[in-house]
Design a protein around this ligand. Sequence first.
Ligand SMILES: *Cc1c(COP(=O)(O)O)cnc(C)c1O
Length: 377
Amino acid sequence: MTIANIPIVDLARQFNKFENELVEIFLRVGRSGIYVQGPELLAFEKHFAEYCGVPFAIGVGNATDGLAIALKAMEIRPGDEVITAANSFIASAGAIAEVGATPVFADIREDLNIDPESVSRLITSRTKAIMPVHLTGRPADMDPLLKIAQDNDLWVIEDAAQAVGAKYKGKRTGALGDIAVFSLHPLKNLHVYGDGGIITTKSPELQLACQKIRNHGLIDRDTCLSWGRNSRLDELQAAIANFKLNHIDELNDRFRLIAARYTNELSSYVGVPQACKNCANGQCGRENLCVFHNYVILPDDRNALMNHLAKRGIATKIRYPRLLNEQPAYGNPELALEQTPIASRINARILSLPIFPEMTDAEVSIVIDAVKEFYSK
Ligand SMILES: *Cc1c(COP(=O)(O)O)cnc(C)c1O
């Protein structure tokens, strides 16, 4: 038996691929003498807004800050409730709590995304916003969520941290709700070399509010309208993100190709990501596009499969081991099974396989063969 060495993700490969361009960017920004709030940020914001099909984008320090800034811009405050998906990353809940509001956790559907019917049931007189998460780079089912929001006079804030470039019914994520937030963290599809995030919106009022909040509450160099914070996307990371944006479609195509191979080869052995509800004939296409930030299978015998793959030199990960309502921070983790039965049931099975654009076809084959081998025993 040969033992492979396949990590869940290998970020250095992308750095190496783009090394010449990245060094040029470092020299350009370094020599410019401008390191925050300069032309690189403006250029990236303009480019990113165009890419998403919205008029405005606002660079921020990271997506967790971005979510909190967006919630603040919508004047969400203590006493308010914001509904999000129980199976999201911690930051979705953390950002809601950070502005003093209460996170409320909705159940999911078999496609791992937030269930609009569960959202409906959780609305109270205190609900102010819905925060769907395009988990694993597959868009949430936005039409019913937007309808619920309209009927109940709620904001919709997309947690698009994992979904740059994904599309729902022909529109990019970031252009679906009132406001959206993307992460540029190294583990995300469009990533920089440190932390970064970007907010998108169609609303000029929300744009101005976000710009103000990320930069000390300043409306000009010396006038502070309301106390704010410092959460800016620096010039170097903005320039890198802007460069990577030129390549995001080809990078995402590679994520999608690897995901398609996994799905084609493994669907008769193990639970694979279900086609999003809106993909024609179960296939992503021009109208609906999943970008597979993460490829999640649903084995019944997770630990045994993990061990088998580890013995073959293949890394796997559970993203994320606990639902948000199972976290000690939530206070009542024992209620989770009752509150979000589908998420609880599915979460006990999720397992992420290696996926990153620089993964070779041969490595993908090794992973596929090792999973098949496990089930053929
Ligand atoms: C990564 C992530 C965030 C937070 O992004 P940061 O830029 O690391 O703060 C928020 N929500 C989801 C769903 C994420 O995956």
